[in-house]
Design a protein around this ligand. Sequence first.
Ligand code: DQA
Length: 150
Amino acid sequence: MAQAQRRVLVVNGPNLNLLGSREPGVYGADTYDDLVALCRRSGAAHGVEVEVMQSNHEGVLVDAIQAAADTADAIVINPAAYTHTSVAVADALRAVGLPVVEVHLSNVHAREAFRHHSYVSPHAVAVFAGAGISGYRYAIDLLADRLCAD
Ligand code: DQA
């Protein structure tokens, strides 16, 4: 029997809607629309359906992660500043139990000390940091390989 189409939810946290104009020396010149288009293309290359969302609100991110339990097979997440502060986002990821890949546009480990800690990384199968929006492509490649092998 043919396998059901796999679905990946891409979750983006606060201020990522400003990509392109926000500190381009740190986050690059690509816009949020470029990021969304890249995610969709990457999914299509694997026959995986990709949904991309962004919110500046912690509770909205938690709701989206919870909803993914019924609508997705895996999650790519750039929690942005909530990476370093949010037990709620990390708990939601743990609660749904889907495979998670964490992405950061910048190399957070080469930046301020407060960016070195992530509440999400312990729940992630992989972390890509410093590759710009290509990190999302690597994350989707990895998850698609993993899901299609299941
Ligand atoms: C970020 C890194 C975070 O420290 C920061 O708060 C962000 C973006 C990144 O993609 O490099 O908003 O997650």
